[in-house]
Design a protein around this ligand. Structure first.
Ligand SMILES: [Zn+2]
Length: 233
């Protein structure tokens, strides 16, 4: 029985299994990370605040205009009531009306600016709401794809594990221990193929005698540079 090739097949399955594990971890991480959502949420909260203060500025101005107009109405009705006859008093009322006219004109200017500002912040608020919804929609479809992928990987794991187990059972216990130790110490790659006379893991040239050994069904050959098990088909 060819230990080297059983080891190589085991290595292939283990590499696949490690990739599956890494992908599962990555999927969990992506699903858990709600950075985009929290950023879009923060933008919305900010837009709400800005819109609210623009609204209260506008409301304040509307109140002031209303109040000044009422005052002007009173002043004018006094002025034209016929009750005030004293020229000095009439003059004062006239002056007051004119002052109120100026104040109202100024406030109405400000009101117009405030209305425009309010409109602008309302648009920004709607935009922020739309963007949050887009992020949420995107995230939902992204997550459902990821969850689908996760379930698929999870469903494939038992088969891979069964294949690994079958291969492990074919191996001599001592050889398997060597393999497992190398797998841990060599970043998950215990077995390397010899390609173009070099070790595919570390890239160092393998001497002809070792290449011959790597081809042999009964000898376990090791890379003299990285220490991994070599196989050559
Ligand atoms: Zn090597």
């Amino acid at each position: 029985m060819n230990s080297s090739f059983t080891l190589f097949r085991l290595q292939t399955q283990d590499t696949l299994r490690m990739k599956m594990n890494a992908r599962l971890k990555e999927i969990d991480r992506i699903i858990a990370a709600d950075k985009e959502v929290s950023q879009a949420n923060a933008k919305l909260v900010e837009a709400q605040g800005v819109n609210k203060s623009a609204e209260s500025v506008l409301k304040g101005l509307l109140e002031q205009v209303k109040e000044k107009k009422l005052k002007r109405e009173l002043t004018q009705s006094n002025l034209f009531s016929g009750k005030v006859r004293n020229p000095k008093e009439l003059q004062d009322l006239q002056a007051e009306t004119q002052a109120l006219d100026r104040t109202i004109a100024k406030l109405e200017d400000e009101q117009l600016q405030a209305m425009m500002a309010f409109e602008e912040t309302t648009n920004a608020l709607h935009q922020a709401e739309k963007e949050l919804q887009q992020v949420l929609d995107r995230k939902a479809s992204q997550n459902s794809l990821l969850i689908g992928e996760k379930h698929k990987i999870e469903s494939e794991i038992p088969q891979v594990d069964a294949q690994r187990q079958a291969l492990i059972e074919q191996l001599d216990k001592e050889i398997f221990m060597v393999y497992r130790t190398l797998l841990k110490s060599k970043a998950g790659i215990a077995v390397a193929e010899v390609n173009d006379d070099t070790c595919s893991a570390c890239g160092v040239t393998v001497p002809p005698a070792d290449i011959q050994a790597a081809k042999s069904p009964n000898i376990i050959a090791y890379c003299k540079n990285c220490g991994r098990i070599l196989v050559k088909s």
